[in-house]
Ligand binder design. Structure first.
Ligand SMILES: [Zn+2]
Length: 159
């Protein structure tokens, strides 16, 4: 019986019993698959799988795959980009900005520009959230002070 190796825990399992979400990708079971998806290897795979599908079938060659994998690893290892963040940036480019993926180019059409754009967006969002939380706290303090002041004024009033 043919044996395959679990991509996550490297256990050899019977091909028939293995969980295979797609061709050439095997796991002992769903649990190993779910755990693997959270690893760096799993996140890189999700990124490459998404980008791969953006290419037209005639461009889905092994050389295209090797190119995008090399580029993704470069941005990750050299620029310190996170695979998960890179996937978000590509999705942002394609799904939010509705840009067409150019078949003739690799990841350079998105990175580093849109990864950085997205990073800025997140930072702005976080800053805005902090500001809103702070405003809320300030407001609560003011209201409390307000009541306090009212109480004080009443105590001091001669009526
Ligand atoms: Zn496993």
């Amino acid at each position: 019986m043919a044996k395959v190796t679990c991509r996550y825990c490297k256990t050899k399992v019977n091909k028939e019993d293995a969980f295979s979400p797609r061709e050439k990708l095997y796991f002992c079971n769903q649990e190993c698959y779910q755990r693997w998806r959270k690893t760096e290897d799993g996140e890189l795979d999700a990124l490459l799988d998404y980008i791969w599908k953006l290419y037209s079938p005639s461009k889905q060659t092994s050389s295209t795959y090797i190119m995008i994998k090399k580029q993704a690893e470069h941005y990750h290892n050299v620029e310190g980009f996170k695979y998960k963040g890179m996937l978000l940036a590509v999705r942002y480019y394609v799904e939010v900005l509705e840009r067409l993926w150019c078949d003739d180019y690799g990841l350079g059409q998105v990175f580093p520009t849109y990864y950085i754009t997205l990073q800025h967006l997140y930072e702005e969002q976080r800053a805005l959230k902090n500001k809103l939380t702070k405003n809320k706290q300030d407001k609560e303090v003011k209201i409390m002070h307000g009541k306090h002041n009212v109480v004080h004024r009443k105590e001091l009033s001669l009526e």
